[in-house]
Ligand binder design. Structure first.
Ligand code: CTP
Length: 413
């Protein structure tokens, strides 16, 4: 264990947050002991749930002494009857944190398998945010099965803390380490403090590309994956907003809890956004709307025997520009700007032309960020010309920083 703090669990009166800590069987379980203390340092009351395998690695009595609460490992604990403790705990908690989260537990949570207390408790969740902190061997972490489960869990709006890189228990130097307990506690408290910041606010988000048909089998589109827009929608949900997500075609799981409106073309997206704009308080227009469509889409497939093919393209409607005359006083509109040069100048010109309150610009020529990537880096430009940087980070983290900035602007109004 990292430190030997005297065992002095903070009483409920001193605590501002209630956290259930789910502990699984990974070598980094020793850090979970310290994590209890770090959470208590941050005024969290902690109740611990362990899997049966975890309880073979560290005795539950250790966590009981640290947390000041009995540790639950078994669905049938106590009377011999199946208890409803998993429901009671779900009513009590404000955050469900799993650290370390093994590949096995990620699979069970993703697929809804409930064969012990921890997994059954997860299904009884009553809307408390879920923070998962995976730790495992690097090859296991990168396995497509694990990555697929993570995508499902993130699609549900859960926060997944990326494992750190370094030496692992197996001797490899790789990614897969449990981040330091203080960093996990910081993340937990940040989630708890953000929670509810957009309570009841109606948010409209657009995401993904649009597709403009050329003939029944071909279309014009762009490289947008939709990941940034989905992360923005998920983060707004996490903060208590009522979210509508208008999305072009992506391979992504719609965030649960959002009102999901799938569209294909720019014209369909324009119609979907216009129909919902008056209702919303905040619009975040992340979609990479196609700027051109075929002047005429062919009714049957163009055969290649016909030789060279010249397409006539016509511009699509600019959705944001079309909203300028409809915009009410209290509404906040954030646009995105995908640029390959003169980032600031182009972004500010778009902000003005489209009547935006904020433009989030990304340099799409940069390797490893933006289109198709899981990472992004943004420059936020405000109407007074000021600029704020969101340095390269996961799209989830960028979405968080973007909402922090939007919330600050809304609070300052
Ligand atoms: N946008 C829109 N309607 C369009 C095209 C873009 O509402 N037909 C929105 C995007 O969702 C984004 C912002 O306008 O929020 C800027 O999009 P971007 O593609 O960066 O710029 P464009 O306006 O298309 O201009 P250009 O392609 O010349 O850079």
């Amino acid at each position: 264990m990292a430190e030997t703090n005297p065992v002095a669990p903070s009483g409920p009166a001193a605590c501002t947050h209630r956290v259930t800590l789910g502990v699984c069987a990974g070598i980094s379980i020793y850090k979970a002991c310290d994590l209890v203390r770090r959470l208590q340092d941050r005024r969290c009351e902690v109740k611990v749930v362990m899997t049966a395998h975890a309880a073979r690695m560290v005795a539950p009595v250790t966590f009981q002494a640290l947390s000041g609460h009995p540790v639950i490992t078994d669905l049938f604990e106590g009377s011999g009857e199946p208890s409803i403790a998993h429901i009671e705990l779900a009513r009590w908690e404000e955050l469900f944190l799993v650290a370390p989260a093994t590949a096995n537990i990620l699979g069970k949570l993703a697929r809804g398998i409930a064969d012990d207390f921890l997994t059954t408790h997860y299904l009884a969740n009553r809307g408390a945010p879920v923070l998962l902190v995976p730790a495992m061997n690097g090859s296991m972490w990168r396995h497509p099965a694990v990555q697929e489960n993570l995508r499902i869990l993130e699609g549900r709006g859960h926060v997944v803390l990326q494992p750190a890189k370094g030496s692992l228990a197996c001797g490899d130097v790789d990614e897969g380490r449990l981040p330091e307990p203080a960093a996990v506690a910081n993340e937990a408290v940040a989630i708890l403090e953000r929670e509810g910041g957009l309570q009841g606010v109606k948010v409209l988000v657009t995401a993904g590309p649009t597709r403009e048909p050329v003939d029944p089998v071909r279309f014009l589109s762009n490289r947008s994956s939709g990941k940034m827009g989905y992360a923005v929608a998920r983060e707004a949900l996490q903060r208590g907003a009522k979210v509508t997500l208008v999305s072009g075609p992506t391979g992504l799981e719609p965030p649960s809890g959002a009102d999901f409106v799938p569209v294909v073309t720019a014209a369909q997206m324009a119609e979907a956004v216009r129909a919902r704009f008056r209702e919303c308080q905040v619009l975040v227009m992340c979609a990479a709307v196609a700027d051109y469509r075929a002047a005429q889409s062919l009714a049957s497939k163009r055969k290649k025997g016909k030789g060279a093919w010249q397409l006539d393209l016509e511009p699509t409607e600019d959705i944001l520009e079309g909203l300028v005359p409809l915009k009410g006083k209290g509404q906040f509109v954030c646009g995105f700007a995908a640029e390959t040069e003169d980032l600031k100048q182009n972004a500010l010109a778009k902000l003005k032309r489209k009547g935006l309150d904020l433009v989030a610009a990304n340099d799409v020529s940069r390797e490893g960020v933006g289109f198709e990537s899981d990472r992004n880096a943004l420059s936020l430009f405000w109407p007074d010309g000021s600029e704020e940087r969101i340095p390269e980070a996961s799209k989830t983290d960028c979405a968080r920083a973007l909402w922090d900035a939007i919330q600050e602007a809304l609070n300052g109004r």
